[in-house]
Design a protein around this ligand. Structure first.
Ligand SMILES: [Ca+2]
Length: 216
């Protein structure tokens, strides 16, 4: 047990410091020569994953060319749950038209429920489909009006398929995401289509998992 002897003259005071390194998360009682007090040792909070979803359409930086976007857009890809519970062909957006063309569509996302958090990473999830024509699965995040695009596939055709993009930093800053950036997050989907008319790439669901550490 730590011990310090302090001698005081009348009207004199001194600060006495004892250091303690708690080994467990609990309340520790402190007694100094009959003076009782306490302190609480807490574990650091565990990371939490919160899902945010599209809540609005935002103009895209390049050619918008999109079936269904005019009648909704974001609410066609806000299917609840995760990528295993998407609604498939029920609601989706897709590239349309003829010829080899690029297409994109971007969305504002909901805010985090909790505040005062430290963002560890985000993972953007999408479920998309290559119809009769090949497409590329591309996801971008926007920062200061610039879109930072990541092409996740080469040309492909296939059924509804889960793709995701993990970002530990904001590509626009090269730094960890801030809470303000997440609450103003704009995420986009894009595709190329190889050639011809008919059905191109389609998206039925998109959401973002935000991994953060709550305030201590
Ligand atoms: Ca859908």
């Amino acid at each position: 047990m730590a011990e310090q002897t302090v001698t005081l003259n009348p009207s004199e005071s001194k600060v006495v410091v004892f250091e303690a390194t708690p080994q467990e998360a609990k309340t520790y009682l402190v007694s100094v020569n009959g003076l009782a007090g306490s302190f609480v040792a807490k574990l650091p909070p565990a990371p939490v994953v919160e899902i945010i979803r599209p809540i609005g359409n935002v103009d895209c930086g390049f050619h918008v060319w999109c079936e269904n976007c005019l009648i909704g857009g974001y609410n066609l890809i806000d299917d609840p749950g995760d990528y295993r519970s998407h609604d498939g062909d029920a609601t989706y957006i897709r590239a349309e038209g003829t010829g080899r063309r690029a297409w994109c569509k971007s969305f504002r996302m909901s805010n985090l429920i909790e505040s005062g958090v430290k963002i560890n990473k985000i993972v953007i999830h999408t479920v998309d489909k290559g119809f009769t024509w090949d497409h590329h699965t591309m996801i971008f995040t926007r920062h200061n009006n610039t879109d930072y695009m990541v092409d996740l596939t080469s040309w492909w055709v296939g059924p509804w398929t889960h793709h995701s993009l993990e970002l530990t930093t904001n590509p626009g800053t090269g730094l960890a995401w801030t809470e303000a950036e997440i609450n103003a997050l704009i995420v986009g989907l894009a595709t190329y289509r190889k050639t011809g008319g008919g059905l191109g790439g389609a998206y039925t669901q998109m959401y973002v998992e935000v991994n953060y550490t709550p305030a201590f």
